[in-house]
Design a protein around this ligand. Structure first.
Ligand SMILES: Nc1ncnc2c1ncn2[C@@H]1O[C@H](COP(=O)(O)OP(=O)(O)OP(=O)(O)O)[C@@H](O)[C@H]1O
Ligand SMILES: [Mg+2]
Length: 406
């Protein structure tokens, strides 16, 4: 099949491109060539004789840009010279055809009010279900357009259910599951190295493209997905949690609003590779901006200097907490319980969703060891757990301080 001259799909990519089903679901491992096949599919649609409106959706703006730029490369290789606009949002025009690349953030508010002939969702397991079913699907109604969901699995959530429908139906919904090693261009050495960096279970999911849930998982996928769909009011006290980076970790910051009875995630970020000074300035800046009444920081291994520096940087309310096994257990249990009981509203940040999905409890002689499965970071989970711990118990309740030595 000559989609783009000089480009050859591998067999899995070819199967996806050849399917004529109105809905296609492609579940595959990392480095499989998802973004590549998405770009090829987009280029093919835009180069067809009839005018086509194509929408590329991803969990974040940055992610949608990756597919957009790859599609531009394909078009250029095919000799097409589209008109491009990258900001405020990526848009490409080629004759009467158009491509929009958009983030699924904020419940899909950047997506509304369009008609499309082709919608492709990259990392669809990380895009909240209502965005797909309530926002995107109706856009295809007038045009009889096609939908493609492409992703690495994230447990048995909506993406899994779409995949299963494809396995049962096969005509209206086509689906394929394919591990990373089906990409013949991926070197076995790279795969072996990745396998050595993560737990067996994580490798099965991220590279084996398996739909695994529950074994050792602390935060169930269904709780997390429900927490993305909640709509709590913007009221209550603002609190924050900070997990400082040690060695190659990320520094993470979470800001919540509300109480333990119901709280909403306002902000979650993580940064890697910053100096202590940069970490401090970045975190202090965001804290001064959001004015939390309470800030809990993990001071294990980083000690007092960072806390003092944070006080001097205009965040006098920051408190330090040393993570013993039982402190960590309490924090994580509180977070898990708030999620299970529907008392938390989350943001669909794909790094956070991946950390929550891979956070495991491993039984040890001294109780459960709680952490991101080998090779997975848990910095955002820890920051979120600290923020949740900092919440007042009731909406009207006063804030309790930890009573810990500062
Ligand atoms: N058919 C192909 N021909 C040539 N190179 C390919 C092909 N498919 C994938 N690649 C290359 O393989 C690598 C991985 O592809 P891609 O980035 O599309 O994978 P992905 O599944 O989106 O990865 P990630 O999980 O990191 O998002 C890239 O360097 C890409 O250029
Ligand atoms: Mg990709």
């Amino acid at each position: 099949m000559s989609v783009i001259s000089g480009w050859r799909p591998h067999p899995g990519q070819r199967a996806f491109l050849e399917s004529r089903a109105p809905v296609r679901v492609l579940a595959c491992g990392r480095r499989w060539g998802k973004t590549e096949v998405i770009a090829a599919e987009i280029a093919r649609a835009l180069l067809s004789d009839s005018p086509r409106q194509v929408l590329l959706v991803a969990p974040s703006h940055e992610q949608s840009m990756l597919g957009f730029e790859r599609a531009v490369e394909f078009l250029n290789r095919a000799g097409a010279r589209p008109a491009l606009r990258r900001s405020p949002a990526p848009t490409l025009t080629l004759g009467d055809s158009k491509l929009w690349a958009r983030s699924a953030a904020r419940g899909g508010m950047f997506l509304r009010g369009r008609k499309a002939h082709l919608i492709i969702v990259d990392e669809a397991a990380y895009v909240p279900e209502p965005v797909i079913t309530e926002v995107l699907t109706p856009m295809l109604a007038d045009t009889g357009g096609k939908l493609a969901l492409v992703s690495t699995p994230r447990g048995k959530n909506h993406f899994y259910r779409f995949y299963q429908q494809g396995q049962e139906d096969g005509v209206n919904i086509w689906s394929l599951r394919s591990p990373s090693w089906h990409n013949p261009l991926l070197s076995p050495t790279v795969l072996r190295m990745q396998a050595s960096l993560m737990s067996a279970r994580q490798f099965q999911v991220e590279y084996g493209a398996m739909f695994l849930d529950d074994a050792g998982q602390v935060f169930r996928t269904e709780w997390v997905d429900a927490a993305l769909q909640r709509n709590l009011p913007d009221e209550g006290l603002i609190v924050a949690g900070v997990d400082w980076a040690r060695r190659q970790d990320y520094t993470a910051l979470a800001i919540l609003r509300g109480s333990r009875e119901g709280a909403k995630l306002l902000l979650i970020r993580r940064w890697q590779g910053l100096s202590w000074k940069e970490q401090l300035e970045t975190v202090a800046g965001l804290l001064r901006l959001n004015q939390p009444v309470r800030v809990l920081c993990d001071r294990t291994g980083v000690g007092d200097p960072l806390l003092e520096a944070l006080h001097e940087a205009g965040v006098p309310q920051a408190e330090g907490l040393v993570f013993t096994q039982s402190v960590k257990q309490n924090l994580i249990e509180n977070l898990a319980l708030m999620l299970e009981q529907g008392r938390l509203q989350l943001l669909p940040d794909s790094a956070l969703l991946n950390e929550l999905y891979h956070f495991e409890a491993t039984p040890t002689e001294r109780g459960a060891r709680l952490q991101g499965a080998g090779g997975v970071h848990d910095d955002m989970v820890i920051a979120l757990a600290l923020a949740a711990w900092a919440l007042p118990h009731t909406a009207t309740g006063a804030i309790r301080t930890s009573g810990q030595k500062r």
